[in-house]
Design a protein around this ligand. Structure first.
Ligand code: GLN
Length: 447
């Protein structure tokens, strides 16, 4: 704990932590030391964890990177947090992120951007940018983030760390602030596969507080991560021929394909013509869900309330107008439009149908292959402010991550070298639902 607190103090310029629980962390460490001495310590005894500002931690502030939750405190522990604490992990602080997890660069936070440690003029990716940099810069061992369309995998790739998005429903969403409920998944950042697997093993599994959480038994992800079998792997041709893909990322991905072939695995190109529909499908459906989820922030029940309203209606409007940031407002307006009576069928219903097609063809591929590999992102970390004036450009950062989100399948980003400027590159691996153990074993084999 002292080691990480010291690093956090030395690296405040990265703007990772919104709050550091130094006293509590030290006190927990002291108590856990005693438990270790008595032989009663939990499986995560002493693991120092940081959490994205979207996870409920009882009696601690929680803001989703937004002014609208000003001074709001959680009244309960979310399931993932409770399970970490039950196994004696130490929560060291609350991490900066894009407002309500909407963004790909961490520039949409009400608390200013997080900086990438590899190059302080560049973004860490988003929306869980703080959580990724925390692991990259050694400010904690493991972070919990959330991944709706890539928010764990994309910043993991930009920061050169491991980022895991398990199968949708594998981890309870109880105590995770909702962005787009049918996509939201808690994800895990770490430097080692073993840490990642152990944390997932502990936080995953059925939960009485979330009826959508899977009832399926949780594998012991952390033991025997060896991979000896010869595998059948697909890569999606459309991702490598995409004109926006950086040469260095293409080369590193091809290097992996060559490596795998030389090792005797079958690696084949496949086509996924629906790729170009994945982003529009994702942004239509998530905006719709977000506009509904965020309607609860009205100035009455939580956080910020405008002093300028002169009746109930104007108090609602002014609270929301004054406290929500630009990107959140954009999505609420888009989502409300998409769900409006005259456009519902043209956008929402249509996108749901396309979602089904994307899911079915992804699952078909995954029934024929053990894994699909693809770049995590089309580019390496971009410069601060490079895309802030053009939301469509920003959305392209998610081009390769949304397929797994639209399909609900598990996917991981693992470090895959750097470009000529030393900027990290990520390799993404997808597999079929609930095969997290295989994903970890294969990732370990590749690292
Ligand atoms: N960048 C994507 C978005 O803005 C993904 C965000 C996320 O996964 N939370 O929606």
């Amino acid at each position: 704990v002292d080691y990480y607190l010291d690093n956090i103090r030395k690296k405040t310029h990265l703007n990772v932590f919104l709050e550091v629980y130094d006293k509590e962390a030290k006190e927990s460490a002291r108590l856990i030391d005693q438990k270790i001495a008595n032989g009663t310590a939990g499986k995560l005894a002493g693991l120092v964890v940081g959490v994205k500002d979207v996870l409920c931690y009882k009696d601690h502030n929680l803001q989703a990177g937004s002014k609208i939750l000003d001074k709001f405190q959680s009244q309960f522990n979310g399931t993932a947090i409770q399970r970490l604490l039950d196994e004696d992990a130490i929560i060291i602080g609350r991490q900066n992120c894009d407002e309500f997890a909407m963004g790909s660069s961490n520039e949409n936070s009400a608390f200013g951007p997080v900086l990438n440690e590899a190059d302080n003029d560049r973004v860490p990716g988003g929306s869980s940018g703080g959580s990724a940099v925390a692991v990259q810069a050694d400010l904690c061992q493991v972070s919990l983030g959330s991944d709706t369309g890539g928010s764990v995998r994309q910043p993991a790739a930009f920061c050169g760390v491991i980022g895991m998005k398990p199968t949708y429903s594998r981890i309870s969403r109880h105590g995770l602030i909702a962005y787009a409920s049918s996509f939201d998944v808690i994800g895990i950042f770490s430097k080692s596969i073993e840490d990642n697997a152990l944390v997932l093993e502990i936080i995953a599994g059925k939960d009485d507080f979330d009826s959508t959480a899977s009832q399926k038994e949780v594998d012991t992800y952390s033991d025997d991560l060896s991979s000896e079998r010869k595998l059948k792997i697909a890569y999606i041709e459309e991702t490598l021929s995409h004109e926006g893909l950086d040469e260095a990322i293409k080369d590193r991905t091809k290097d992996k394909i060559t490596f795998l072939r030389n090792e005797g695995h079958i690696v084949e190109p496949v086509n996924f013509p629906l790729l170009e529909y994945a982003l529009p499908t994702y942004y239509i459906l998530t905006a719709a869900e977000a506009s509904s989820n965020l309607s609860r922030f009205d100035g009455v029940k939580y956080g910020y309330r405008s002093k300028n309203g002169d009746n109930l209606e104007s108090m609602y409007k002014k609270s929301r107008s004054e406290a929500f940031g630009e990107e959140v407002k954009r999505r609420i307006m888009l989502g409300t439009f998409i769900l409006s009576a005259s456009y519902y069928d043209a956008y929402y219903t249509k996108a749901q149908k396309v979602r089904r097609l994307i899911k079915e063809s992804t699952q078909k591929l995954l029934s024929e292959y053990d894994f699909i590999i693809l770049p995590t992102t089309p580019t390496t970390a971009f410069k601060l402010a490079e895309h802030t004036s053009n939301p469509l450009e920003m959305y392209l950062a998610d081009l390769y991550t949304v397929q797994a989100s639209v399909s609900g399948t598990p996917a991981i980003s693992v470090p895959n070298g750097t470009d000529s400027n030393g900027l990290p590159i990520g390799l993404q691996i997808m597999t079929n639902d609930f095969k997290e153990k295989e994903l970890y074993s294969f990732s370990k084999y590749l690292l």
